[in-house]
Ligand binder design. Structure first.
Ligand code: SAM
Length: 240
């Protein structure tokens, strides 16, 4: 790969106290193959290597009291600066339950950009001043609390990487996926034609492409209407 190609590569830099968790699931299947083919790059940076005391501490007790420990701003600050060096255009993303819930449109926007620096919290989270000094995007995986930001970072990176050009062979398959059209996806069927008394819907065996397309679209609408009234309303059918 020449320098110009390397410059264009989508980059993920992950700040974590558990760098050994990476690439983990990102190293297999689609994302793993894309990583080996140089379609994106991954660097896990150990936050602890930026600690300066003899115990390599990254956390301390919270001012004001209360349970748990808080990640120190001085240590994280040095780690963020190191992660940014040479790639100042990469957006900083802090994975936190207080962030905006992750949506496919955010994934699409991040995948269209140069990459991201994912900051993974542990303990009670990160000293607020880090995000005040290094503004970034705060993203949540959902309304639940995990023990660390690494799984959310992997999830976000996985979702971005599969949208990068060349990662998925049949790119048309992306266009029909859940959320891309504003609807959940239609149900899929494969061989055998009959299984445990359940037959594949006739229309899918008809070879009539327009009927198949219409059936799938109707199914996608029905599933979205039943399961996700919020999406259905945004799609423009909430008042039907
Ligand atoms: C135990 S959690 C801290 C939770 C925090 N005290 C709170 O109540 O919001 C430790 C770290 O896990 C990550 N984390 C946990 N749940 C998450 C979620 N739903 N989305 C994104 N990151 C999450 C964050 O990086 C967080 O700093």
């Amino acid at each position: 790969m020449n320098e110009a190609e390397a410059d264009k590569m989508w980059r993920a830099r992950v700040l974590t106290i558990f760098p050994d968790m990476f690439p983990g699931p990102l190293g297999v299947s689609l994302t793993g193959q894309a990583l080996s083919r140089g379609l994106w790059s991954l660097q896990a940076i150990d936050i602890r290597s930026f600690a300066e005391d003899k115990h390599a501490s990254v956390d301390d007790v919270p001012f004001g009291g209360g349970p748990g420990m808080v990640m120190r701003p001085d240590v994280i600050g040095r780690a963020v600066e190191a992660a940014r060096s040479g790639v100042e255009d990469l957006p900083l993303v802090y994975l936190t339950p207080r962030g905006a819930p992750l949506k496919q449109e955010m994934v699409r926007r991040l995948a269209d950009g140069p990459g991201l620096i994912a900051l993974c919290g542990r303990f009670e989270g990160i000293d607020q001043r880090v995000m005040d000094v290094f503004p970034g995007e705060e993203i949540s995986l959902g309304d639940f609390v995990l023990s660390g930001g690494e799984l959310p970072a992997m999830t976000l990176i996985d979702a971005c990487v599969r949208l990068l050009p060349g990662v998925i062979g049949a790119e048309a398959s992306l266009e029909e996926e859940s959320f891309e059209t504003g609807l959940l996806e239609y149900p899929h069927y494969t061989r055998p034609r009959e299984w445990r008394g359940q037959a594949v819907p006739d229309v899918l065996l008809s070879g009539h492409h327009e009927n198949v397309r219409a059936w799938r679209h109707a199914q996608a609408e029905e599933i979205t209407r039943q399961r996700r009234p919020d999406l259905w309303e945004r799609y423009g059918h909430g008042n039907i």
